[in-house]
Design a protein around this ligand. Structure first.
Ligand code: NOJ
Length: 724
């Protein structure tokens, strides 16, 4: 079903100079030798050409062919679905240019290619890095079928503001968990060697601070102090770099007044010098040209100089880098800066194997296995937020499925769904019908997703609800109310959905609300009045099956929130890892500052209790370690899996106060009813530090507190000391 691209054999090497290979053409030579040999042969224009990326469109083989054959283009983005066009363009680069330098083709494979799985924010709630790795490997494999060499993923931006639509694309608010997921995604996309035909080069994005957009408005200015930048926003990128990500994307936002795509501090100082990143950096779409919009560069030529000098090696779409030869002549930039960027890009092209296998290689896709994995991911991403009177798991009763998402397909794909196809999506109704074979279903939409409702349609839904034993109310927001440029002012249910909810609740029937959204919603009334609430995010093509697996108890829920849910939009940004204030008693006149649901929260079909947090010692020395443990008991009637979370607090820190809590570890523990188990974590003294503003990891002796708890808002802190 993925389409069969035209295959080409290699052999182009022999076309060159009667079979005599130049050093760079010899796969047996080390990459560095090949890069150096090739660079030495390249003209100035060919070097600059490698730094440019354009959008591939239906007309590219006519429009862009001349650029390719004259060696003035290094890359295209937007490959899918046309492998033939991709290969035709590649053939121009490889066979009709002087040096035969292949293009690299990038694409946004974000949460699946054809087999769309849950949006990243949803998947992050699995807290399951193995699952993330399996899924990203699957997405890589499918992408390569049409010749994608490189994906613009994972997005590892920390987000604390659910108004920002791109919260959907990241892994939530925690830098530790975010780092683990970033690394797992890089491993999944790239494998051990992204040169393999079924792997793609990963791209960590958007570097950096993009998620801190003021007002939650996408692309907006960010102001992030160094302690927060170092300890919150940078760590997931660092984790991705350490996992070997081949590339990184510089962001649109300006950071403390300097555009991220021209920011020498973050791109050169931190990324290259401190972390030793060896891959290449691509700017985001026109982000280089936008240095002018930011009021940073005077014109395109200056923007190009500033971005390249800062460390943006490849320019996406805006073409300021075309001015670079003139800038060299005017001594505004040294040609060595260009050469370094070219080297970085060529290195990745060599490692991807593009010189040796420039065309799409045959890769098999097991569609059924991929769908099964996507289904597993849906169930693993659904967070059970409430379950009063054990209304879930569902029995085989008379069930009304109501709401605009009851039979919806397209919107369940979520933002950035690549080649995900609405026709492949299993709706909630279809999934439940397949799962509860003897169930009796009444279905009514009740109202559209965002448009106003008709009284008649709501009345019809109420009528169906009254005839059922239990109502599944499927509510939420459309796919493109989240993702890029899709910020929201209000975090409630769109359109007439709250009205529909109130009318259905008034029937007195138990209501199980299933929410489909790309962000945390501020829904205190829904939480209060529903018997059960399941957060299903935008789950992708296996939506109905995976959600039904959880609703019926075939799979007990295990997912945990990776972002706090606000009560009201007025609370945002709301996140668990905030600092203490001098006056903790201060609160809103018309409400509380406490989140509606904390980070780490999630229920399942049994209950657990935690004993007191214990330490293996009261004090530890530098270089030592401490074991922190508790007794976990399954106090319910079903087997279940708990995610025990270790939180730490550094009580007094001179280099800068530390958050009230920081996640330091977690373990998933499966227990039979009545079973107890010791859960323990070992922390080394050197794990108790934080990043100083100038990028040093500093461990300060003193008092620390820790707890093992089911979420960020519970658990008693106990203290130990770190000695000098
Ligand atoms: C702009 C987005 O910000 C980025 O995430 C994406 O990868 C590029 N466009 C390419 O589509």
């Amino acid at each position: 079903t993925l389409g069969k691209p035209e295959m080409h054999h290699r052999g182009w090497i022999d076309l060159n100079k009667n079979g005599v290979k130049d050093a760079y053409e010899d796969p047996a030579l080390p990459t560095e030798t090949r890069v150096a040999d090739l660079l030495a042969r390249m003209s100035r224009e060919e070097r600059v050409g490698q730094l440019l990326q354009k959008l591939m469109t239906d007309t590219s083989d006519k429009k862009d062919a001349a650029l390719v054959t004259s060696g003035q283009l290094g890359s295209f983005l937007g490959v899918a679905p046309d492998a033939n066009l991709r290969n035709r363009l590649q053939r121009l680069a490889v066979e009709e240019t002087r040096l035969g330098i292949p293009l690299i083709f990038g694409f946004d494979t974000i949460h699946g290619f054809r087999t769309t799985y849950p949006i990243p924010l949803g998947l992050s709630c699995s807290w399951d890095t193995t699952l993330v790795e399996r899924l990203t490997a699957m997405a890589a494999r499918e992408s390569t079928v049409v010749g994608v060499d490189w994906t613009f993923a994972p997005m590892v931006d920390i987000a604390r503001d659910p108004r920002w639509g791109r919260i959907a694309e990241g892994n939530g608010e925690d830098p530790y968990l975010g780092g683990l997921i970033a690394a797992a995604s890089v491993r999944g996309f790239q494998g051990n060697d992204y040169g393999r035909p079924d792997r793609v080069v990963a791209c960590l994005k958007h570097y950096v601070g993009y998620g801190a957009a003021e007002g939650g408005r996408d692309y907006n200015t960010t102001e992030i102090g160094l302690p927060t930048l170092r300890n919150i926003y940078l760590p997931p990128f660092r984790a991705g770099v350490e996992a070997g990500a081949g590339t990184l994307m510089a962001a649109f936002n300006s950071l403390n007044g300097v555009p991220a795509s021209g920011n020498r501090f973050t791109l050169d100082q931190v990324l290259r010098r401190e972390w030793g990143f060896g891959g290449f950096v691509v700017g985001d779409w026109e982000s280089v040209g936008e240095l002018v919009h930011h009021g940073y560069a005077a014109d395109k030529a200056e923007a190009g100089v500033l971005s390249l000098t800062a460390g943006v090696d490849m320019e996406m779409v805006s073409e300021c880098y075309r001015e670079l030869p003139a800038m060299i002549d005017q001594k505004k930039i040294d040609s060595a800066v260009i050469d370094e960027a070219v080297r970085r890009i060529l290195r990745v092209k060599f490692k991807k194997g593009l010189f040796d296998q420039p065309y799409t290689a045959p890769v098999e896709v097991d569609v059924a296995a991929h769908r099964a994995l996507a289904r597993e991911a849906v169930a693993a991403s659904c967070v059970l937020l409430k379950n009063e009177g054990a209304v879930l798991p569902l029995g085989t009763r008379s069930i009304a499925i109501i709401g605009p998402f009851a039979e919806e397909q397209a919107e369940l794909l979520g933002c950035w769904h690549a080649l995900g196809n609405a026709k492949d999506v299993v709706s909630l109704h279809a999934g439940l019908k397949a799962a509860v074979k003897k169930g009796k279903f009444r279905v009514a939409r009740g109202c559209p997703i965002i448009e106003p409702a008709s009284a008649k349609e709501i009345d019809a839904a109420v009528k169906q609800a009254k005839k059922a034993d239990v109502v599944i109310l499927a509510l939420g927001e459309p796919a493109l109310w989240a993702g890029e440029n899709n910020h929201r002012l209000d975090l409630g249910l769109p359109g007439a959905q709250q009205q529909l909810f109130d009318r259905i609740v008034a029937t007195g029937k138990p209501v199980v609300t299933v929410l489909f959204a790309g962000r945390p919603l501020a829904i205190p009334a829904v939480l209060e009045k529903s018997a059960a609430v399941l957060m299903a995010w935008h789950p992708g093509i296996e939506a109905g099956h995976g959600v039904a697996d959880v609703l019926t108890g075939k799979v007990a829920p295990t997912a945990r929130l990776t972002t706090s849910f606000p009560r009201s939009v007025g609370q945002v940004p709301v996140h668990y890892n905030h600092l203490h204030t001098s006056r903790p008693f201060s609160d809103y006149k018309d409400g509380t500052r406490e989140a509606l649901l904390p980070f780490g929260f999630g229920l399942t079909y049994t209950t657990f209790t935690y004993g007191p947090t214990r330490f293996s010692r009261d004090t530890l020395a530098m270089g030592g370690a401490i074991t922190i443990s508790t007794t976990l008991t399954n106090t319910g009637k079903a087997a279940g899996t708990e995610t025990a979370q270790l939180y730490l607090h550094d009580v007094a820190c001179l280099q800068g106060a530390r958050p009230v809590r920081e996640l330091k570890g977690f373990q998933r523990v499966t227990l039979a009813p009545g079973e107890s188990r010791e859960v323990s974590f070992t922390l080394r003294a050197d794990e108790l530090g934080s990043w100083s503003p100038d990028g040093k990891w500093v461990v300060e002796p003193g008092r620390f507190e820790a707890t093992i708890a089911p979420n960020a808002a519970s658990g008693e802190m106990a203290a130990f000391a770190l000695q000098p």
